[in-house]
Design a binder for this molecule. Structure first.
Ligand SMILES: [Mn+2]
Length: 231
């Protein structure tokens, strides 16, 4: 099976892993500065030296401790992350640095936009179901949500996407994890008082850690039901 291929500019930001190097891989949803939750979840996953934890991006912004999350992910062995749209906002200077140092921002810039292994693909936002990988830009993979022509409602991209790769994603705040053969959605809004969610690829199961408080207010109806019938 040939690895997924993006256009050259994006392919340069695609990190291909050798799955044989790992006994298991976990994928974790958006953290948004919630260092204590990320620490607790990593304690629970307790990755061994032959295991890997992949964060879907949006480590930073909205929560209490963006620099703390960067420190944690950067310094914990066997933990990696891709870059989400919120990392991009800081890297490009469109949003303040949230207390991150120049070295922190340089580290964010060094993160890949895509991580893949075997037929697993991790992107922050998603993929357009009617386009090949070669027809995607960095902005697309970090931001795509809906395939509707206007508005931000359903149908969402994961309602129409049918492989070939199983895509793990965050970005869209979901009322529950979305777990299907073709796509796995993991942003359950921990910074909004929801939960931090991990997917255990080896055991095909979800692990969730409920937030004990919201750091940013969000109405419950703004948690998207990932299974809601598409229009
Ligand atoms: Mn996010």
């Amino acid at each position: 099976m040939s690895p997924p291929t993006f256009p050259p500019g994006l392919e340069a930001q695609h990190r291909r892993l050798d799955a044989d190097a790992y006994a298991n891989i976990y994928v974790v949803g958006d953290v948004h500065g919630c260092r204590a939750m990320a620490e607790s979840l990593l304690d629970e996953l307790d990755p061994g030296p032959d295991e890997l934890v992949v964060f879907v991006g949006d480590l930073v912004r909205r929560g209490p401790d963006s620099p703390g999350v960067v420190d944690l992910v950067r310094s914990t062995p066997n933990v990696v992350s891709i870059r989400g749209n919120n990392e991009e906002k800081i890297i490009t200077g469109r949003r303040p640095a949230e207390g991150l140092s120049v070295a922190d921002v340089r580290w964010l810039r060094s993160l890949p936009a895509v991580i893949s292994w075997e037929d697993h693909l991790v992107v922050h936002g998603g993929l357009y179901p009617d386009r090949s990988l070669r027809e995607h830009t960095l902005t697309d993979v970090q931001n795509v949500e809906t395939v509707a022509r206007d508005g931000d409602g359903p149908p969402y991209w994961w309602h129409h996407y049918d492989g070939p790769d199983r895509v793990f994603f965050g970005h869209k705040v979901l009322s529950e994890p979305y777990v299907e053969d073709d796509a796995v959605g993991l942003d359950t809004g921990c910074v909004y008082g929801g939960a931090l969610t991990a997917y255990d690829c080896g055991r095909d199961r979800i692990l969730t850690l409920d937030a004990d408080r919201a750091h940013t207010a969000r109405a419950s109806e703004k948690f998207t039901d990932p299974y809601a019938a598409s229009a």
